[in-house]
Design a protein around this ligand. Structure first.
Ligand code: FE2
Length: 166
């Protein structure tokens, strides 16, 4: 692959990640409003702050690599969000909906992890080390959030099971 071809691939993936994180800030706000437990609301609000930092890192990546930001959108994320809406809207307010909201975020996280991982690998191959270092910070954050989401979702599902058994 020629260098400029590789840079075009990186530009597309960076643009996709930027669209995803931007969409995510709106979705996190919406999901936080639908949560009933304060802990879930707080978790989603905190993650909104991290998402803003991740957007800043992506913008910095375009700058340092002198790469073009294409408005590609993110059809994969659009599809995940539509599917999330189906199961979130099927739940009444309470612990199961809280768990569903956390799972909804986690599904988007997994896509973000895959995209950041690919960008980092390609940037290393292209010698764009500053971008790879910058986005490694975001990838580490995404992994951490992913783990926290698994623990929190499990906790809320258990609360519901406990209430039903009582
Ligand atoms: Fe993110």
């Amino acid at each position: 692959m020629k260098t400029n071809e590789l840079e075009r691939v990186i530009e597309t993936l960076l643009s996709d990640a930027h669209s995803t994180e931007t969409l995510m800030t709106d979705k996190l706000k919406e999901y936080a409003e639908k949560a009933s437990h304060n802990g879930v609301t707080k978790f989603l609000e905190d993650h909104q702050m991290e998402t803003k930092n991740q957007i800043n890192r992506l913008e910095r990546a375009f700058e340092v690599g002198e790469l073009k930001h294409n408005d590609v959108g993110s059809p994969i994320i659009d599809a995940i969000i539509s599917e999330n809406d189906v199961f979130i809207n099927g739940c009444e307010e309470g612990p199961v909906r809280d768990a569903a909201l956390l799972v909804a975020v986690q599904r988007i996280q997994h896509q973000e992890i895959a995209t950041y991982g690919s960008i980092i690998a390609l940037c290393k191959a292209a010698g764009l080390m500053e971008i790879s270092r910058l986005l490694q910070e975001s990838l580490d954050e995404e992994h951490e959030i992913d783990q926290e989401l698994s623990i929190a979702a499990e906790k809320f599902i258990n609360v519901q099971a406990h209430q039903e058994a009582a």
